[in-house]
Write a protein that binds this ligand. Structure first.
Ligand code: PDD
Length: 286
């Protein structure tokens, strides 16, 4: 089955979808994105992703080429056209394609933003890595200072993932001034006893939509939550560690820089939290 994607107002077979070489997303990483997960053909936390998208756009003085209602409809159309049951939808808005390359931003009244969306199928509920846990390495966080904006400039996170792979690991946790910021494409947590520790929100990390839900569900389940900085050394001594994102939900981390976390197997609290997340977020899926 050929995948049908959305490209600047049209639904097209993926091979027919084209964007201009002058698109600023392509030339300057001048674009923002969202990834929303789909389970049972329904969108998980669409509202959360829509709000963060609006914030990313407004921070960069970009316009949404369509309304949020239209955006929800496009998500739904793509799920239907591709008979997507489980996986996600990638959405990208760029500052559009002016007639040439220019550092100055084009006038938004003259150049409309670019909008593309595509689906991807992926098993999210049953993931083998949940049973084994993942291994991470630590790397210096040398990204720019506005990581709260979900931009498409992902070269360093993608490079970090490769550094991890070269060492036989799955992902990298980034460290700035001695403290963990986040994973290359996820938020990072450690667990001590009944307490979940994760870095507080600021411009230093992406404000994960899964993170917000997890912290809410954890508090409801009488788990303690502490939002503060932690080091790699503290993480290596923790009882459990895990990551969260729309494409992984909760994934246990069993090794950091070669040191086993706890017994070196997925932690009980992390797995419980994963179950709660899937159960609860399905209730508000649209
Ligand atoms: N990444 N931190 C970073 C740097 C991320 O790229 C992501 C998401 C997260 C988690 O955010 P959320 O819970 O809203 O997915 C944290 C997406 C999944 C990606 O780039 O594919």
């Amino acid at each position: 089955m050929t995948r049908i994607v959305y490209c600047n107002g049209e639904y097209l077979p993926e091979a027919e979808a084209k964007v201009s070489i002058f698109d600023r997303g392509f030339l300057m990483a001048d674009g923002v994105y969202e990834v929303t997960s789909v389970i049972g053909g329904k969108l998980i936390d669409f509202d959360g992703h829509a709000k963060r998208l609006e914030r990313s756009l407004s921070e960069l003085e970009m316009r949404n080429p369509v309304s949020m209602d239209e955006l929800l409809q496009i998500h739904r159309d793509l799920i239907e056209k591709n008979a997507l049951v489980e996986g996600g939808i990638y959405l990208q808005i760029t500052r559009g394609a002016p007639s040439d390359r220019d550092f100055a931003w084009p006038n938004p009244d003259e150049v409309k933003g670019g909008l593309v969306l595509f689906t991807f199928a992926k098993n999210l509920v049953e993931m083998p890595s949940v049973k084994t846990g993942i291994k991470v390495i630590s790397i210096e966080d040398i990204r720019w200072g506005r990581r709260d904006i979900k931009t498409v400039q992902l070269l360093y996170p993608s490079w970090g993932k490769m550094m991890a792979k070269k060492k036989g690991c799955d992902d990298a946790w980034m460290v700035e001034d001695g403290f963990v910021t986040e994973g290359t494409s996820n938020n990072a947590y450690i667990v001590k006893g009944n307490k979940i520790i994760t870095r507080g929100l600021s411009n230093d990390i992406l404000h994960g939509i899964t993170r917000a839900a997890i912290l809410r569900f954890a508090a409801e389940a009488q788990m303690e939550v502490e939002e503060r900085n932690f080091t790699i050394a503290e993480a290596q001594e923790a009882d459990e560690a895990f990551i969260t994102s729309a494409t992984t939900f909760v994934q246990p981390v069993v090794e950091i820089d070669g040191a086993k976390i706890g017994e070196g197997v997925p932690g009980k609290l992390s797995l419980r939290l994963r179950e709660i997340y899937i159960e609860e977020s399905l209730k508000s899926a649209v």
